[in-house]
Design a protein around this ligand. Sequence first.
Ligand code: INS
Length: 283
Amino acid sequence: NPLNSLDEWEDAVLQRYPEPGTIAKEKTEAEFRNYESPERDTVKEFYRLNHTYQTYDFVQEKRAAYLSFDKKEMPVWEAFDFLNQLVDDSDPDTDLDQFQHLLQTAEAIRTDGHPDWMVLVGLMHDMGKVLCLFGEPQWAVVGDTFPVGCAYSDKIVYPEFFHHNPDFANPKFQTQLGVYSKNCGLRNVNMSWGHDEYVYQMMKDHLPEPALYMLRYHSFYSWHREGSYDYLLDDHDREMLKWVKLFNPYDLYSKCPVPPDWKQLRPYYEDLVAKYLPRNLKF
Ligand code: INS
C-alpha cells in the first residue's frame, strides 16, 4: 500500500521547506496575491459576488447537490480537458490554463523531492473547478475560502464586501463561534462552497491525511497564511497546518508564464495517476 510509506517520509519531507525565493521565477514573492491593485480586473468584482452570495444556507444547498457524486463519471485525463475551458477570474497571478498551472505545481513539488502523493496533490488540487462546467458561477467555485456560520475574519481579502451578505445581518452567524463550538475542529466547520471541499471529498479514499488537508484547505488563506480562526481548530488541525503550509508556495509561486513540456512529462504522470486513483473519477 503506497500510503504506508507516509511515516518514513514525514521527517525527511518537513525538513525541506523551500527556501524563500527558490520557486518564484518571474515575480518576487511580494508581487503575488496583490489584491490592492490586481493586474487582472476580474478579481475585485469576483470577490464582491463571492462575499455577497456565499451564505450558510447556500453552502448546505451545494453540499447536498454535489457531494453525492452522481453527476458524471470520466477518466482523470478527460476531466483535465474539461477543466481547461476555464479561466479563473479570482486569480490575480496567472493567465495560464488550468492544466498548465496544475502541472507546474506538481513539477515544482517533484523537483524538490517530495513524496509522490504530494506531487499528485499538485496535479489534482484544482480539479474541483470542474464545478464551473456544471453551470456553477465562478463565485461558487474558485477564490479564497472562509468559514460560514460564524463571524468573518478581517484577514480575508476584501472583507468589506461581507456587508452585503445576508448572514452579516443575522446575529446567530455573527458571534465569534456562531453555530460552532470552541475548538470543534475544522472538519466540523462548513467552509464557503468551492473547489477545495469538492476535490477533497472526491479524493478522500485515495490519499493520505496530509494530502487531504492540502486539498481541503489550500484556499483558506486567512487560516494557513494569516493564522485566523484559532478558536475553531483542534489539535489535529494544528498538527496538519504544517502540511498545508508546505504545499502553499508550490501552488502560489509556481505560477510562472512558461508552460511545462507535457509530451516529455506524460509517462510519469500517467503512472502516478494509475498508482493512486481509480480509472474513472466520479463527479
Ligand atoms: C485563487 C484561485 C485558487 C485558490 C486561491 C485563490 O484565486 O482560485 O485556486 O486556491 O485561494 O486565491
